[in-house]
Design a protein around this ligand. Structure first.
Ligand code: 13P
Length: 255
């Protein structure tokens, strides 16, 4: 399947890194480095506290700001949570949902994600839904089963005509923060499988949906991964914390 009609997206997931001051310094260094790249969508995913500052600092640029999580309810007794309405008010452009760290460390469930993804779309956000297998699941031969389960459950309540607006990030858990990157064959196979799963609901959506790879993407391996036919961009952790390597990954996507 040709990727030529899909605009690549490079998003930096900062996780629990960067104060507001750190984030401001980063964006000051990043924006001038993006001026020559016109064919790539760029995203940053700061902590909640830095969202407003980043929305203000990136206004008018090609950088979109994503939250790292969101509750599915409009409001209520959910201590420590943030709603779509609250994020809308500060003009956030999207939200990362179902990152493996949220699933593994904070009990994020597919049941909650099935409510969060349509809620994000209804609020006008671009959701980046993360899916991926553990090392054990890959070794057992359960990668496809895991991906099928996550995609079917998490997108169950997304209407067919809006499926293509969801970005899906394939992030094998064994490759996150480990320096182990999926081989190009593994990344291509899994991202093509994710696309085929979307195709079971809508062929048109499968052709348009952006599938990202995430897991130890660096400036020196990005070009190879981003050239794969079913990889439409990257969700970058560690290498998104400094402007220079992150800009190099963006440049690789635009090459
Ligand atoms: P690393 O790039 O640090 O492996 O993190 C990937 C990730 O989890 C992005 O969401």
């Amino acid at each position: 399947m040709s990727s030529s009609t899909r605009t690549p997206l490079i998003a930096g997931n900062w996780k629990m890194h960067k104060t507001i001051a750190d984030a401001e310094a980063f964006i000051g260094a990043l924006l001038p480095r993006l001026s020559s790249v016109e064919t790539v969508d760029v995203g940053i995913c700061p902590s909640y506290l830095a969202l407003q500052a980043m929305v203000d600092s990136t206004r008018g640029s090609r950088v979109r700001v994503y939250a790292q999580n969101m509750h599915y309810a409009d409001e209520g007794a959910f201590t420590g949570e943030v709603s779509a309405q609250m994020l809308s008010e500060i003009e956030v452009g999207g939200v990362v949902l179902g990152h493996s760290e949220r699933r593994q460390l904070f009990g994020e469930t597919d049941k909650a994600l099935a409510l969060k993804v349509p809620k994000a779309l209804a609020a006008g956000f671009e959701p980046i839904l993360c899916v991926g297998e553990t090392e054990e699941e890959r070794e057992r031969g359960d990668t496809e089963r895991k991906l099928r389960h996550q995609i079917q459950e998490d997108l169950a309540k997304v209407p067919e005509e809006r499926l293509a607006e969801v970005v899906i990030a394939y992030e094998p858990i064994w490759a996150i923060g480990t320096g182990l990157t999926a081989s190009p064959e593994q990344a291509q196979e899994a991202c093509a499988f994710v696309r085929a799963l979307v195709g079971q609901r809508s062929q048109d959506a499968a052709e348009r949906v952006r599938v990202l790879y995430g897991g130890s993407v660096k400036a020196d391996n990005a070009a190879e991964l981003l050239a794969l036919p079913d990889v439409d961009g990257a969700l970058v952790g560690g290498a998104s914390l400094e402007a220079e390597p992150f800009a190099a990954i963006v440049a690789a996507a635009g090459a």
